[in-house]
Design a binder for this molecule. Sequence first.
Ligand code: SAM
Length: 252
Amino acid sequence: MDDVDTRTIDIATMPRGGPTASCLDRALQTDRLEYLDRDDVDAATKRSVIRALERTGELFGNHERFAHIALDEVADLPDPRIVELGAGHGGLSARLLEAHPTARLTVTDVEPDSVAAIAAGELGAHPRVTVRVFDATSIDAADDAFDLAVFALAFHHLPPAAAARVIAEGTRVATKLLIIDLPRPPAPLHLLRLATMLPFAPFIPFVHDGVISSLRTYSPSALRALAAHAGADIELRGGLMSPQVAVATRAR
Ligand SMILES: C[S@@+](CC[C@H](N)C(=O)[O-])C[C@H]1O[C@@H](n2cnc3c(N)ncnc32)[C@H](O)[C@@H]1O
């Protein structure tokens, strides 16, 4: 990536592995949509995927871990204003509220059914919470409305041009945009990961979406190119065996 002039990249066609992705890496991607992103999939299947994400997030401690990563980003602020984009089930926001006594949260998703389910639960009744439908590519909020925007396990849902818009929008409405997503391993390791999941994909909707997520997730060099296209600075952490963490800010 360092050798690539980002001005010459056609962002819409950039491979998920980044501008200089290998042939094998380019083969390990798909335009196929996850059940969650399809209009022709019934609401019950989508709910089953969201419930499975909520449960596995609890089981493996991801909601808790992601909440602490987020709170570290606003550690110097007494009453941080945080927006969760693509919240799905709201598990991460629930942990943020527990861990911070005065943070104010706006919990959002593009999917009205998910937002209605969150609003009908405990989060919807919490005095420090607002629940809204927000499209992360076009956020209905003023510039600098938040200190932090968080987008967890959702960035890979968006093709590159839309993903770049999320970075532009997230860094417009918030001082920092925190993206947490699956790592994109080097291609041979990626093949191995896919091989362990593929046999179950036709039978379990959650695994079906997991395989597609793996094929759609962005590499660090892709994240850098997307941020450059969006006019943002980006700092990357984690990776290989742990979730990728990216913190984007508006370029000064
Ligand atoms: C895999 S789920 C992740 C849910 C939750 N953040 C988690 O960590 O388990 C992806 C979520 O992103 C949401 N999403 C997809 N495109 C979006 C967009 N353009 N704006 C906001 N949310 C979006 C989906 O509706 C879904 O709830």
